[in-house]
Design a protein around this ligand. Sequence first.
Ligand SMILES: [Zn+2]
Length: 277
Amino acid sequence: MIRLVIQDLSAEAADNLDTWQGKVDDKPTFSEKVSEAKRLWKLKNKKNNATFKEVKSVLTQMCSGVRRCCYCEDSLADEVEHIHPKDIYPEMVFQWDNYLYACGPCNGPKNNNFAVFRQQDGVFEEVTPPRSNPNPAPPTPGDPVLVNPRSEDPMGFLMLDIMDSFFFSEIPADGTRDYKRAEYTIELLRLNGRDLKDARENAFENYVSRLSRYVTRRDAGANQAELGKLIGGIKTEAHPTVWAEMKRYFRDFNQAMQQQLPELWGLFSQAPEALNW
Ligand SMILES: [Zn+2]
């Protein structure tokens, strides 16, 4: 998971979202706000709705590769995901800042699962509502635990092991709040589950091949247009976290990379310009 480059909606689409959000916010009780959020969401988030057509199109541009999920970077992104679940935070159901494009396998299990560090004492608390909840109550106030790729850099929390396991691990020191955030994010989004390990390993091989091809063609005197195309291929390859991690390893773990990933180390050494892609 990498930090998303945020794009804006048109003024018209943003206004429409504001209007619908206003209808939810106008309801007098929390329970009514939740019902209205669900009702309006179902009504508006449809294929023929021009505003949501635009929402999906802009979210697509924010995705990696060919519309890959912003969480796992693997499956097709086809669901407008509320980072803060709408059943718990109805005041964010039509907030652009709360959207990203996700796949079903990520969105499904995440569902209404959410946690905060309580405002009153900083203690971790799951605020996931019970399944059948006729009288929902507002969640305990606090800061979200889940790392938000729209507003934070997930790579400051998570590290991908590209030398061996292709699993994510937590960067912050064990026992800290940031460690808990990293751990919770990996678990909630199942970033080490499914077949993601194999998919990342495959992407790693693709990046190495593409970089190797670039170095070969550059050294053979290929023109800018051809090189630009090869660079573009790297920038739109699946699993951009793998690429970002390859660059980080070269910068931060140079010696280890030289020993354990000599081919990649050699390629970056020959083409340091790739560290800026
Ligand atoms: Zn996903």
